[in-house]
Design a protein. Sequence first.
Length: 169
Amino acid sequence: MITKKHRFQASSPRNAEGFTLIEVMISMVVLTIGLLSLLGVFGMAMASTQTSQQNGVAKQNTGSGGIFIGGLNPIYNPGNDGIPDTADDSSAGYQTLQLPGPDGIFGTSDDVSQPLSNYQRQIQIDQVLDGAGTPIGTLRLVTITIQYTTPQFRFPKTYILSTYISEYR
């Protein structure tokens, strides 16, 4: 004999009915918006990764010393005088950057030579002023600007290196 206490109930209580279709649809919309946002961030990260190599190139091509042509100029090999960004550089052709090939090792036959034709450099040397506005004769500010373009961005990207030089050792 089965008592009421052990009887199986075929129907469930009203508070345990589960999710409604509207609740499921709302949660799917919220989840979709979250995933699309994450996908946008992933795309931005990919674009940044692609330009990180060009950032490294800009940091490494800062030039040194000499009497320089004003403004941003293509990054050519130094001309006959051996000084970058002077009037005789354009005849020497674009500087190139050696990159490792598919094997990832420098100095092998599959290395790739990348011309720096989409880069421009400006080297500027300025006097440094003291607190009263008087030039400090033994100190100069050297500012090197590298600018380059990428297909991903509408505007050129710029890398600026500033340093001081002095005649004291």
